[in-house]
Design a protein around this ligand. Structure first.
Ligand code: C2G
Length: 151
């Protein structure tokens, strides 16, 4: 137990659907901030509460995160209110998110550092979904599927 307390622990939350280089770069930066990176992955049921429908089911999103060398542990995110308990339970030193969540979790600052990192530009799960749909539409119309994310 004493070793655990000395480990500088970073905690983040997310859906991580259609895992992409924006997710990788966030996790890489978070891993550099401490000794242990814990990622809370939103369950499919919780995403329904968030009004999100993922392409990749929870079990497989967890599998991908666990395979990422920057990630030490993956836990389930099943509601908005679990963060304070998680910070205490895992002896978290830093709670961190991308800056699309800037200011949203400042109430945790009495327990640990709260950090928001700049998002990686020009990539998102929504962009990927749109690009795939555009390709399908282009093919359905017999058009060349020459597209780029910036379209
Ligand atoms: N992210 C990023 N750059 C991108 C896309 C995403 O840095 N181009 C970051 C987001 O800022 C977030 C993390 O990757 O910190 C995961 O993003 P999502 O999977 O979209 O997470 P979200 O559904 O917003 O869930 O309780 C908090 C929620 O679980 C956050």
């Amino acid at each position: 137990m004493s070793d655990q307390r000395q480990l500088r622990t970073i905690l983040t939350y997310g859906t991580f659907d259609l895992f992409h280089f924006g997710h990788v770069r966030l996790l890489q930066r978070l891993a550099k901030m401490g000794d242990r990176l814990i990622v809370a992955c939103s369950t499919d049921e919780f995403n329904a509460v968030k009004g999100k429908k993922t392409v990749v089911p929870y079990e497989h999103r967890v599998e991908v995160l666990e395979a990422c060398r920057y990630v030490d542990q993956v836990i389930p995110e099943y509601d908005w209110a679990q963060k304070r308990d998680d910070v205490v339970k895992y002896n978290v030193d830093v709670f961190a998110m991308g800056d699309d969540w800037a200011g949203k979790f400042d109430e945790l600052a009495d327990l640990c550092d709260v950090v928001y990192l700049p998002r990686t530009e020009d990539i998102s799960t929504t962009d990927l979904k749109r690009a795939v749909i555009r390709t399908q539409n282009a093919r359905a119309l017999g058009l060349p599927d020459t597209f780029s994310f910036a379209d």
